[in-house]
Ligand binder design. Structure first.
Ligand code: NI
Length: 280
């Protein structure tokens, strides 16, 4: 089934139909959703969604543009909540230089990025990286940090990937996954298409980042996991495989990275034994 490795269903844009959307996932072929925090408050809401819906898992972390809400107390809270059985990653964390030009703010972003990487290493969870217009500093920090932690074989995912194919190849060689979402369907997505062409499909995670980043032909509208087939179709086209194969492989990738076993979702998927055998 389809795996949405990055969603924000706590967002107010889902206030009117959140229950309907999340209850109807299986019917639309969506098997698992990772709801990703970007502040302490949204991390808490992500856990609440994961507690309510069997197929929803949570990531807790503070986004680089939201670090003002983070401090020692926040770090303690994140550490405590990371032990929750449905918390599967620390994220989204990283650097965002698109809005913040102030060098002092950028230094603070780097500080809290490093601290959250350290936390993820401590609690042995993968990270979800948000990095925008900050390739050089992001890579510098990752090279340094994981250079000191060779024991970490699967650091995490670079979500909504927007850098060069070369950087993607370096990340993959170091065990990272590459998050690909709606942007891949955009007409001006040449660099991302080139990246997807060059990297193994076994390293791609499918994601929406909903309510943002709706794929074509829904660009500009509110996004949801229901639009993931458009993204899988496009990835399949680039890789020369069917949308079904793309779905199956990206689901396996995400399960592997987040450490979510396949058994549970299949038990309840309503598939007959024969259908399950076919898949094997
Ligand atoms: Ni996000």
């Amino acid at each position: 089934m389809i795996f949405d490795s990055h969603a924000h269903y706590e967002d107010e844009k889902f206030d009117s139909d959140r229950i309907e959307l999340l209850s109807g996932m299986r019917e639309k072929g969506i098997g698992t959703v990772i709801n990703v925090g970007s502040t302490i408050e949204t991390s808490e809401k992500s856990i609440a969604l994961a507690e309510t819906y069997e197929d929803v898992y949570a990531a807790v972390g503070v986004h680089p543009s939201e670090i003002e809400c983070l401090g020692e107390e926040g770090m303690e809270w994140l550490k405590d909540r990371s032990a929750h059985p449905k918390v599967v990653a620390i994220g989204e964390i990283g650097l965002d230089y698109y809005w913040d030009k102030d060098p002092e703010v950028r230094m603070r972003q780097q500080y809290w990025f490093r601290r959250q990487l350290q936390l993820a290493a401590e609690v042995k969870l993968p990270v979800i990286i948000h990095s925008r217009d900050a390739a050089e500093d992001t890579m510098k920090i990752l090279r340094e940090f994981y250079g000191q932690h060779p024991e970490i074989k699967t650091p995490g995912v670079m979500h909504c990937y927007s850098y060069s194919p070369e950087i993607a190849e370096e990340l993959i060689a170091k065990g990272w996954y590459i998050g690909v979402g709606g942007v891949v369907t955009f007409k001006n997505a040449k660099k991302l298409v080139e990246t997807v062409k060059r990297i193994p499909v076994e390293r791609i995670l499918s994601e929406t980042d909903c309510p943002y980043m709706a794929p074509e032909p829904y660009r500009g509208k509110r996004n949801s996991s229901y639009y993931l087939p458009e993204i899988l179709q496009k990835i399949g086209e680039i890789k020369g495989i069917t949308p079904e194969e793309t779905e199956w492989i990206t689901e396996e990738n995400a399960r592997r990275m987040y450490g979510i076993a396949a058994g549970k979702a299949d038990e309840n998927s309503g598939k007959t034994e024969e259908e399950k055998d076919e898949r094997l």
